[in-house]
Design a protein. Sequence first.
Length: 711
Amino acid sequence: MVHTPAHSGIGGALTYESDTAHAAGTLVRVPLGSRELLGVVWDSAATPLSAAPDTQSSLISTNDPSHRSQAPATMQLRAIASVLQGVPPVSAHWRQLVQFAAHYYQRSAGEVALAALPSQLRDLSTEQWARRLKRKPKTVAAYEGASQTIPEPTDEQAQVLANIAAHKGPFLLFGNTGSGKTEVYLRAAQAVLEHNPQAQILVMVPEINLTPQLEERFRARFCPQWGAGCLVSMHSSLTPAQRLKNWLAAHSGEARIVLGTRMAVFASMPHLQLIVVDEEHDPSYKQQEGARYSARDLAVYRGQLEGAKVILGSATPSLESWHHSRPATDAEPAGRYLRLAMPSRVGQGALPLVRRVDMNRQPYKTVFSNHLLDAMRERVTRGEQILVLLNRRGYAPVLNCNDCGWKSECPHCSAYRVFHKLDRTLRCHHCGFTQPVPRACPSCGNLDISPLGRGTEQLEEHLAELLADVRRPDGEPIRIARIDADSTRLKGELERQLAEVHAGAVDVLVGTQMIAKGHDFRRVTLVAALNPDGALFSSDFRAPERLFSLLMQAAGRAGRDASMSLVSPCEMWVQSFHPLHPLFEALKQHDYPAFAEQQLKEREQATLPPFSFQALVRAEARSQEAAQGFLNAAREAGAALADELLVDLYPAVPMTIQRVANIERAQMLIECTSRKALQHFLAHWQADLHAMRSAHRQVIRWAVDVDPLAI
Ligand code: ADP
Ligand code: ZN
Ligand code: ZN
């Protein structure tokens, strides 16, 4: 049978013949139709399909949509074309991880396996591969960075490390930004490396580009002792050749540490002993297409599978992980994670003072309250840095005709196009449709069309005016920079801009959530969040959780350098129309546990995750009726089984952004208080969905998202 990535979902493996026996996990090339594809020998037992004793069944990964159907059992067996030379088989654990992920996220194992292997394994021809093998491995240049002095652990760190050594985990390391979590990872890794000369460690981070310092810190700690080749990275901006090289280094056991983004959870590491998931709450651990896996959740599974310890770290853990790490009470046993807390900040100033500005008391259309502006002026004059956070890029979210009410709607999406002043375009952030800004209203000809609302681009411009007269301590005019998805579109641009901020060349940095993550800007003493209210009343029940963690992260950017002598303490300013909202109260106290408790209470009352489990089915079609029709038919088909398993199937609804690039989108929520029952239901229901496809030809695609992050 063929696994295809599209929707064949639950197929088995293709069966091929071979004269010689190959161990399970062997990488092979096999013919399929007129092409040759990469395959993994999934199971080397003879299959009942053929009596030939040397028959093997292999799992074939293909992304060829022409092979969507499952091959009939009567198919003539073809022979394996060749074995991929020089690559040891992938381990049974690895195959089990792939199998589990495929099953759990309702995709085919072939698709998951294919995505997890470097593309060159499949793309290089047999000749190219032979040449690649002959190439002498370049001797890795010796590590030349400065070797660090390794700090003595603080009492809190020592306590945490002792717990990690003594218990099985998984561990939730709950520590403020600057509490020394990274130092704990480094020490835990060190202990593993020293204990076992083969042991490997997987360290996952949300986005490597945003935190180049972290990789450097790991290199500086381990390369002097274990060589420059002891650490490899794995993320999507590597070239195919680099990815292959790093994958092979991990697969052969030569690389002792793999540092990577979510895709690294599938790294082939035969001697894995420790997995670290830094910033475990970060939404980017969830893959948003294909197999929609959560790398954090798979890390926990993988740890258990391979007997590797797992450390999840965060200052604002996901409510799921917080709940799983609850201590025992009289009524209830402890959760299955062990929570380890590090409340203090090491060698750094105190957490910033949170100041809330009640925007109801400000003049209409105020952008910066006067108090905030004064505070910013004072600090910049003293040579301190400021971060201004606004979660909306572009100049203005809408262009509006003041006469007839025309707005810059996207003709292809149910969304407005954003006004970008720099290149004077209207750009749709959903489908990318871009046009020059019209001179006059396209509907009535009125010349008076103007931006509504405010994005980062406008904020940058506005601030330049407001702070035009302010000077830096050296008498120079101040420098304002902006970092968002627009300013960093070119490769290397983000790194360059971050380096500038680090070097102190920038006084005020305006940006989206990109500037809140992980950076170690040394001279930041004030962080301002201008308009965070949207998330307080969002229809997405996770919006407050995301906002709280964003603001805590942003606050953590301030006061990182304790050696700075400050005239006044660091501050985080929040401008809000709801300054007394419990979320801001908890933020003011830097009290994540209080926030989490309040949120979990609400979730429990509403039976939302983590007190229930969800899946979404999304369908796309030319019309909303067709998309919903498919989903509602699927609902009917699954109704009886759902009833039996106590699974709730909600009616189909349009997605929040209902139309993108002229495709109508609908979704249907599935909910159950038992993860097992939900899994059982989905596994059976898949067949119904596949079968219905032919009766719903208007449906362009559909996909199941298990444990979706955005509803
Ligand atoms: P986190 O990962 O929680 O933000 P880090 O591990 O980056 O925290 O630590 C914050 C800062 O404190 C870093 O500059 C780090 O070098 C320093 N630090 C961490 N642990 C110690 C320690 N035990 N002694 C001295 N300095 C430390
Ligand atoms: Zn008009
Ligand atoms: Zn559009």
